[in-house]
Write a protein that binds this ligand. Sequence first.
Ligand code: SF4
Length: 399
Amino acid sequence: MKKYRLVLSEDTFLWIKNHEGLVYQSKKYRAFVFSLSEKLSEICSHLFVLEHLYTIDLTEKELKNSDVRHFVDQLIEIDAGRLIPNTSTKKGTVSLMPVLKIHEEISDYIKKHKRGVGGNIIEHIHELTFYLNGSKYGNDLYYRQTIFPTKHESVLETEKIIRFIRNSKNPFLFNINLVGNIFSFPYFEELLHHIETFEIPVTICITGSDAFENKDLLKKNDWRKFRIIADKKDNIERTIAFFEEIGISFSVDFIIFSEQDYLDVEKFSTTMDGNFVPMCNGENIEFFESNIFISEKEILSSALSKRQIFQRQATNVNHFGKLTILPDGNVYADANQTSLGTIGDTVYSIVYREFTEGKSWFRVRNFTPCKDCIYQWLCPSPSNYETVIGRSNLCCVKP
Ligand code: SF4
């Protein structure tokens, strides 16, 4: 009887959960979902064994099984595999299943730390966000979802900020955010001047309301790039016009609570650097369900590369490499989790704590219901929205 060898390509991911399977070709960004019949389950189990080099021999009779034939045809159709006739010994008829090996790296750091040589762990810091102080326009629910000033009454100390940046400095630290009402922060100019000496880009994040109230102060200064948080619809247009007029570089975060909010600000986004930032206020869950929850179609068209999938399997893409320091000096990998220490602690001890005990940088979809879902590694990393809304997933697949 004629024999064939089925070889999956090295860019192909194959996942099975319960009675379903998913094949994803990460170079062509194509995928298909299949039901797991007994025969297909047997074939997939064979393919999952590393020593089988992502191949399985199939007889002509097996290929006449309609489930198997359909599965093989779909694999070929999306370039996820090849069916080679009579080639048990020919070269090139094997492959390698894409497998992630990050955990070796984490345990490596722990071993190095125990030997007192864990210095390069700092290189995982990519972005620092300092909440310098609070603002009367701040909101203690919103800052848990995106960069948005708090209502805190405490104020960070300039020397501590500078020391923290100095000790975090590494070639991969690409941005420092300064958040709050900078107009009431003592010695803001001096702080900026100090930070400038580190040669790391700085973004000043303020609400449109604080900016608008302090127009005269802004005019007199040549501050760096601004990220304007458009907290109130009624002053967006005037704030944008003002920033354009004085020639300061800026982008705008349009805060969106509803579909109407989106329609109201959509016109501005075509002419400027702007982001739409959905915001949960506790009363607009329907807006999230209809517009933010991800659908099966969106997941399958997310066009992720092999590298991006590995990233999602190993790290939380939203949080990894970021540290947030609140006005009271507490340091977080993500403001919804417990503090990793304070601004007075060593940066090394903070990053090491996140590596070994943290719940943010490595928070991946390995919990219910995602761990039992075929889309587990195609879905975006868990976000702050999930924590604030109090759900473990934001999708229409397993609502
Ligand atoms: S969020 Fe979770 S449950 Fe929903 S589709 Fe993604 S992996 Fe599946």
